[in-house]
Design a protein around this ligand. Structure first.
Ligand code: NAD
Length: 366
């Protein structure tokens, strides 16, 4: 298995292959870039078919976190970790504690948060061995309501702010009354986004593979339920994909009728060239890693003990960042995803290594 010549290797600063024979732990921790500060990103547990697949995922995801945090102007670097195994079969407290010991050995260069296959309680188990875990503190959230550490409410709010910036740029209005929005996936983020939209006067079409989620949106928000295969191509103003990645692809893009695509799901573009394909069709795409940064912003302020008002004010800047991306895209003719990458690179490359919030400062704050 190649590492330094791996197609996804991008001068990652650090890779650890971690193992614990007693508990069956096998995992990889990847730190992509720490020039803005300690690397923060989720710890994913997934039954990868091969070590190669796990390596590819952790290289790609850790790099993505550098870009997401830099674009959100956070003093954080990018990192991610993966545990190879089925969370429903192989996850034990002993295995999670062993992972916690490996996190501790990195001295705070990398801080783990929850991701698919891990939950707040799992991170708390790792936290018995290390303080380098995040998203685990019960406190008052950005909206003044109790927060368990789950970042979804903040992600939904940030996505709403970003969606409004996209509508303002493309359709020239701040008023969402009567705006037609199709939401794909009404889980933790999608449902809350739909509720913000409803409160702002929008008309909603929704889909989900779980009937109970769908029923809740119909009953509580007056949304219209539609079959999964129709959601992206409805004659609406905005499509908000909040389920899974790669939904902007060769099949969907030619059929999209909305003027704006703005949703929380990660890695929405199936391939990089789909960024330009959306622009060619005149569809304004709000890059996923710009619009869904609310969660990482929330976790940052958990570590630094920021107030609810500080979190909200920072999440509100997602709208400004997107507006800057849209304006640069108009000026240069480049697609919005490419501009977002450039802007993120400007924001992390100008920092000397260690110039941001250092692991020791962040550990003290936490
Ligand atoms: P979730 O699992 O709570 O919600 C996803 C919903 O999508 C579920 O209700 C699921 O049933 C539905 N779904 C899955 N496949 C579908 C399909 N084919 N068609 C229609 N619906 C489908 O997850 P979430 O926390 O709401 O996250 C949603 C997306 O946003 C994910 O891509 C996630 O990676 C991304 N994201 C989430 C956060 C966060 O803070 N939760 C932060 C950044 C990005």
């Amino acid at each position: 298995m190649n590492v330094f010549s791996h197609p996804e290797f991008d001068n990652h600063e650090h890779l650890s292959f971690v193992c614990d024979a007693e508990t069956g732990l096998k995992g990889i921790i990847a730190i992509h870039n720490t020039s803005r500060g300690a690397a923060l990103g989720g710890c994913r547990m997934f039954p990868y078919a091969s070590d190669e697949e796990a390596l590819r995922d952790v290289l790609r995801l850790s790099r993505g976190m550098t870009y997401k945090s830099a674009l959100a102007n956070l003093d954080l670097g990018g990192g991610k970790s993966v545990i190879i195994g089925d969370p429903r079969k192989h996850k034990t407290e002993a295995l999670l504690e062993a992972m916690g010991r490996h996190l501790e050995s990195l001295g705070g260069q990398y801080i783990a948060a929850e991701d698919s296959g891990t939950s707040v309680p799992d991170l708390k188990v790792m936290g018995r061995q290390t303080s380098h875990v995040a998203g685990v503190t019960t406190r008052t959230g950005f909206d003044g309501l109790p927060s368990t550490g789950d970042p979804s409410p903040v992600t939904a709010y940030g996505t709403f702010i970003g969606l409004k910036a996209a509508v303002k740029h493309k359709l020239g209005t701040d008023d969402l009354t009567g705006l037609k929005v199709a939401v794909q996936g009404i889980g933790n983020v999608g449902f809350r986004l739909a509720r913000y939209l409803k409160e702002a006067g929008a008309e909603l079409w929704v889909t989900d593979i779980h009937a109970d989620n769908l029923k809740r949106a119909v009953d509580e928000l007056g949304a219209t339920a539609v079959p999964s295969e129709d959601i992206l191509t409805l004659p609406v103003d905005v499509v908000a994909p909040c389920a899974m990645g790669a939904v902007l692809n060769d099949q969907s893009i030619p059929a999209i009728r909305a003027a704006v695509v703005a949703g929380a799901a990660n890695n929405l573009l199936d391939r990089p060239e789909h960024d330009a394909a959306l622009k060619q069709r005149g569809i304004l795409y709000a890059p996923d890693f710009a619009i869904n940064a609310g969660g990482i912003i929330d976790v940052f302020y958990e570590r630094t003990h920021g107030s609810p008002a500080q979190i909200r004010a920072h999440v509100d800047t997602i709208g400004d960042t997107l507006t800057e991306i849209f304006q640069r895209s108009d000026r240069t003719g480049l697609a919005t995803g490419e501009i977002a990458n450039q802007l993120a690179e400007e924001r992390f490359r100008k920092h000397a290594p260690g110039a941001g919030l250092t692991p020791s400062r962040l550990a003290r704050a936490g």
